[in-house]
Design a binder for this molecule. Structure first.
Ligand code: N01
Length: 535
């Protein structure tokens, strides 16, 4: 007999990026009735949307990849040390084809909200076109940096030229040849894009509010020997990344304090890491994110490199960050970023000295001039970590929404679930390592953990799982304590919500991948303490 009260799905997954696809795989293995809802027209998540010139990952490709399919990790051939966006998207497509994922994905479908039926333990999800779907559980695999944001500049919509945002780049690409182009924003996206657009545009003007620390990528083709080293030892290397590192990525880890060495020995350590390229530099000494004096030795080293790279001393000074410790804003990794300012067709406007007043028909007005352009590129970032969750209006117990509950900062248990929102799980939510980690490592851990919880619910005969209020509050305190033991809350970063006017200033990610995993494992061993299962 058909149970007319049963929902259409056991599990609805929102998002078809790395997280959503792996969740789909696990759900299928569990025999669940599952569907993925994806706003884009194909798989890829962040790597589908961020197709701006120069986009690439700053974690080595042999590490920024799935570990759950041994055949895949042996068969797939990465070509470069740091993969480009097109190569990562090809990889995701290859995985989607291999596992025939698309048959369970509804594309061009934005989930905008949903209501929880407290009596039946069922969610009814609303799609943008009015379609509704009922489901027992919901997994929000919506990404940490997926809500692109253009600040509300006065006159923003009056500009008559072309406008672009790095996080929603036209799929057909853009030809800037012969054009006068403005770039607003010098975070990771701007720093990757600026050298590429400078090669094409007639004139490129960068509007910088806060200078960023950036490390040279020194990207290169991968040698066969290097790849063989990884492939022949993948299970052990992946285990180490998961269980023994703070970031889910294997680097040359430090053994000493920056301050216990002579200046010459310290410089030597920084130097070889700088020459090697990438974020390995961050791991030169063990006290760089906890001790301001130690931190300043790294900051000074990088400022010296900026002054070497940029020929005009005045421009170099504007590009040198001086008012926050290095590594407290997300470190950038670049290819010829600072050198780009030596080009004749590139100019830098210091918004600290001449603030942006408005956007007008012809361009950008700063306090001293109107700068005219054919195109404006917004590299102004995202409503990071919370935006994608709160923009889906899920009404849980008593109609409670995440938006309301998070008005003073995100409240989560493990960055995975929220009290008052039963049967909803977040992948890499605030309160988990997420953006402070190799996110694929964190995604896999969360998806495995959600699968364990769903499996436990089934075994217990439970149709409802909810994070309890008290452990949730304790978790928030624990996340804060970890952050406050470091320098990270000292910068006005998007980790703190500081890039959005009015967003509560709370340090959102959990510091420490291995530590976090251990905590989660203890919770699982303790019969999922902190979660209530109900039938
Ligand atoms: O965004 P951001 P992003 N007036 O927020 C400026 C990941 N990612 O897209 O610092 C003037 O970092 C803002 O200035 P300020 C990575 O995690 C990874 O670049 O607020 N300027 C800043 O310069 C990264 O951290 C990769 O003063 C304004 C810029 O816009 C995250 O995505 C590549 C402004 C925004 O920088 C986000 O990076 C790309 C205003 N009102 C991205 N508002 C890799 O893997 C904002 N800005 C390499």
């Amino acid at each position: 007999m058909v149970d007319e009260t049963a929902p259409e799905l056991d599990l609805a997954i929102v998002g078809a990026g790395f997280a959503g696809l792996y969740m789909l795989h696990r759900a299928r293995m569990m025999g669940l009735r599952v569907r993925v809802f994806e706003a884009a027209s194909d798989v890829g998540g962040t790597w589908w949307w961020n197709t701006y010139p120069g986009a690439r990952c700053d974690i080595e490709s042999v590490q920024y990849s799935y570990s759950w399919d041994e055949e895949l990790q042996q068969d797939w051939e990465w070509t470069e040390r740091f993969a480009t966006q097109p190569e990562i998207l090809s990889y995701i497509n290859y995985v989607a084809d291999k596992h025939d994922f698309r048959r369970d994905i509804k594309f061009e479908t934005r989930v905008i909200g949903g209501d929880y039926d407290e009596a039946r333990h069922i969610w009814t999800l609303d799609e943008a076109d009015g379609t509704q779907t009922t489901t027992r559980h919901v997994v929000l695999a919506t990404g940490c940096l997926s809500t692109a944001r253009v600040p509300d500049f006065p006159g923003r919509d009056s500009f008559e030229g072309e406008t672009y945002h790095t996080g929603a780049w036209p799929r057909e690409g853009v030809d800037f040849s012969g054009k006068r182009v403005a770039v607003l924003g010098t975070g990771s996206s701007g720093i990757q894009l600026i050298p590429e657009v400078a090669k094409q545009a007639a004139q490129l003007t960068v509007f910088q509010r806060t200078p960023n620390f950036s490390l040279p990528a020194r990207n290169q083709p991968l040698s066969g020997e290097y790849v063989r080293g990884w492939k022949s030892n993948y299970p052990e290397l992946r285990r180490r990344a998961r269980e023994e590192t703070g970031s889910g990525t294997i680097y040359d880890f430090p053994t000493q304090s920056a301050l216990e060495l002579s200046p010459e020995a310290r410089e030597k350590e920084y130097r070889w890491r700088w020459e090697k390229g990438g974020t390995n530099f961050m791991h030169a000494f063990k006290d760089l994110v906890v001790d301001e004096d130690a931190n300043n030795t790294a900051a000074e080293f990088v400022r010296a490199r900026i002054r070497e790279a940029v020929k005009d001393p005045e421009t170099a000074e504007v590009l040198c960050p001086t008012d926050y410790p290095i590594f407290t804003k997300r470190i950038c990794v670049d290819s010829q970023y600072f050198e780009t300012y030596n080009r004749d067709n590139v100019a830098l406007v210091n918004l600290r000295k001449t603030p942006l007043e408005s956007i007008e028909k012809k361009g950008l007005r700063t306090s001293d001039a109107l700068h005219e352009f054919d195109a404006i590129i917004y590299a102004t970032g995202f409503d990071a970590m919370t935006g994608a969750f709160t923009s889906i209006n899920l009404r849980g117990r008593n109609g409670t929404t995440m938006h309301e509950r998070w008005s003073e900062g995100p409240k989560t248990y493990l960055g995975l679930a929220c009290n008052m929102l039963p049967n909803v799980f977040m992948v890499t939510g605030p309160g988990s390592p997420s953006v402070l980690s190799n996110v694929i490592v964190s995604i896999e851990q969360h998806v495995d953990l959600i699968s364990d919880i769903l499996d436990a619910a089934r075994k217990k005969g439970a149709t409802e799982v909810e994070a309890d209020a008290e452990p949730e509050a304790d978790w928030g305190g624990h996340v804060n304590d970890l952050a406050n033991a470091t320098l990270l809350p000292k910068a006005a970063s998007w980790y703190m919500g500081a890039n959005i006017p009015g967003k509560p200033r709370v340090f959102m990610p959990y510091i420490g991948v291995a530590k976090y995993r251990k905590k989660c494992d203890e919770i699982v061993d303790n019969d999922f303490s902190g979660f209530s299962f109900c039938s």
